[in-house]
Write a protein that binds this ligand. Structure first.
Ligand code: XIL
Length: 384
């Protein structure tokens, strides 16, 4: 009996020791990471780290999101140091700019500050089923809806002409349960069943032509701006959706050749809201597919959930942080490989505490703006 108990104690001790040694061999302890920059360790504060965007000079722009409330705060300084392009998280959405018909609220102060800081401004977004005031497309005629949509686009692009370099003209037009049909129109969101969540009043009232009309209005209003179609789940874990977007962009660009002197749709934004189970190979496959259209690709809203339903981690442990860093590294190795096709990689969140998915610890900085292992993975993906 006594021997058995002693055996169990020894076994427990060996098990504990193995846990400790696992931590030492695999964990990212402060000071353990070998950065090629002197003085950098895991957990460094944002302000001592080498600007992250400098790692990708000549490859693609590196971005993050901004809110007007970030001006004159540490967050703006962080953005300015580590990123060279920003996207408004909410301030340029239809309901933010034109909540009431004809009353435009432009975040001009924010955009001017961004440009003065030497960053580029990307516009997000003009035509979407969400965060859009009802007056635009509900209870109005088709003609009125077209006028409301195109007028919004014209006014907004004219206001920001010469300041905002690229726009997500149409956001999330495709259903997540896209059809395998070669007719991309069958995959569009529509209000056929108002009880469903994947609805778009725009398609319901105008028809699929709304997409082409939106891009034409944008090109007419600001011919210099790069025009993007933006959507989520575009990696090949959902091939129907990726192919629906591919076919739509191909079809519109073939039917509207050289509108304004070039392809009507300049680029595809892959939002890239990923999680630890995302297979990087499925991301690479989609990049190859979209690149074959001769359009630019933006990784437009990147984050990687670490703690989520189905994650091997129920809290954000050291191992979860390391797994997340490895996933970021695997993706950035792919982004570097296709740098010639990728214009921009933008993260959707500055720090874990303010991310739209904060419960899943998805971004590069913790709530004190200290670099997580994920930061170093992006800084030097080949080391992970
Ligand atoms: C999110 C913002 O991060 C939230 O603050 C807001 O409450 C909802 O929208 N796809 C998009 C983004 O295109 O606009 C969304 O942003 C995230 C998903």
């Amino acid at each position: 009996m006594n021997t058995g108990k002693a055996g169990r104690i020894v076994a427990a001790a060996i098990f504990m020791a193995s846990l400790v040694s696992c931590n030492f061999s695999f964990g990212n302890k402060p000071g353990e990471y070998e950065s090629d920059e002197p003085g950098e360790t895991v957990g460094s504060s944002w302000d001592v780290l080498t600007p992250l965007h400098s790692r990708y000079t000549g490859q693609f722009l590196l971005g993050n999101i901004i809110s007007p409330l970030d001006l004159n705060t540490v967050r703006f300084n962080l953005l300015k140091r580590h990123f060279n392009t920003v996207t408004a998280e909410n301030a340029m959405k239809p309901d933010a700019i034109q909540y009431q018909r004809g009353q435009f609220t432009y975040p001009d102060t924010m955009v001017n500050a961004v440009l003065e800081a030497g960053m580029q401004m990307h516009g997000h977004t003009l035509v979407w089923h969400s965060q859009t005031p009802l007056w635009m497309n509900t209870g109005v005629s088709r003609e009125q809806a077209i006028t409301n949509m195109t007028n919004h686009i014209t006014q907004v692009l004219t206001n920001f002409q010469g300041k905002v370099v690229s726009w997500d003209v149409v956001n999330e037009a495709m259903r997540n349960d896209a059809s395998p049909s070669t007719d991309w129109r069958l995959s569009l969101r529509k209000n056929e069943n108002p009880a469903q969540s994947e609805n778009s009043r725009w398609n319901q009232i105008i028809g699929d032509e709304y997409i082409e009309l939106a891009f034409k209005a944008a090109r007419d209003a600001d011919p210099a701006a790069k025009l993007y179609y933006n959507d989520y789940n575009l990696n090949m874990s959902n091939p129907n959706k990726a192919y629906a977007v591919y076919r739509m962009v191909k079809d519109i660009n073939e039917r509207c050749p050289a509108y304004g002197g070039r392809k009507l749709i300049d680029g595809i934004g892959m939002q890239s809201h990923h999680h630890l189970n995302t297979d990087p190979a499925t991301v690479e496959e989609s990049i190859q597919l979209f690149a074959s259209l001769g359009v630019e690709i933006a990784i437009s809203e990147l984050d990687i959930q670490a703690v989520f339903y189905g994650s091997p981690y129920s809290s954000f442990t050291e191992d979860a942080a390391k797994a997340q860093a490895q996933k970021y590294a695997a993706l950035f190795i792919i982004f570097k490989k296709y740098a010639a096709n990728i214009s921009r990689v933008t993260f959707w969140g500055i720090d874990d505490a303010t991310s739209w998915r904060k419960e899943s610890f998805p971004v590069l900085f913790d709530k004190q703006y200290k670099a997580k292992p994920a930061f170093y993975a992006v800084e030097n993906p080949n080391k992970y």
